[in-house]
Ligand binder design. Structure first.
Ligand code: ZN
Length: 114
């Protein structure tokens, strides 16, 4: 459950980068990513599918997601943090002051302040 949740958190955080990355890959992988998102939105397990997509073991999938793809690094100076709506995952974002409110890739909803 812990692995599943951290995989979901990284999926949410890295989804945009993942979507861009996967465009360079086969249609099978693109379909797999679409399926992963659908499963995540339905709150079904995605760890096995993610492992399949990334070619990683279950235990290293979340980590591979967080380091293997370009993403926003930490260190944005801002007091305001956003969290995933209804706690679907543990992602937290601090967007730049003029930046848009981040969206949860799992639920498709805007993230909430808090
Ligand atoms: Zn999320």
């Amino acid at each position: 459950v812990e692995l599943e949740r951290s995989a979901l958190t990284e999926l949410c955080r890295e989804f945009d980068a993942l979507a861009v990355e996967v465009r360079h890959h086969s249609s099978e992988r693109q379909e797999l990513l679409a399926k992963i998102l659908a499963e995540a939105a339905a709150r079904r397990p995605v760890l096995d599918l993610l492992s399949q997509l990334l070619g990683t073991e279950r235990a290293t999938t979340a980590r591979a997601l967080s380091v293997g793809l370009p993403g926003t690094g930490p260190g944005h100076a801002r007091a305001e943090t956003f969290r995933c709506p209804d706690g679907a995952c543990d992602r937290r974002e601090m967007p730049s002051p003029a930046g848009a409110i981040p969206r949860c890739a799992v639920t498709g909803r805007l993230m909430e302040r808090g």
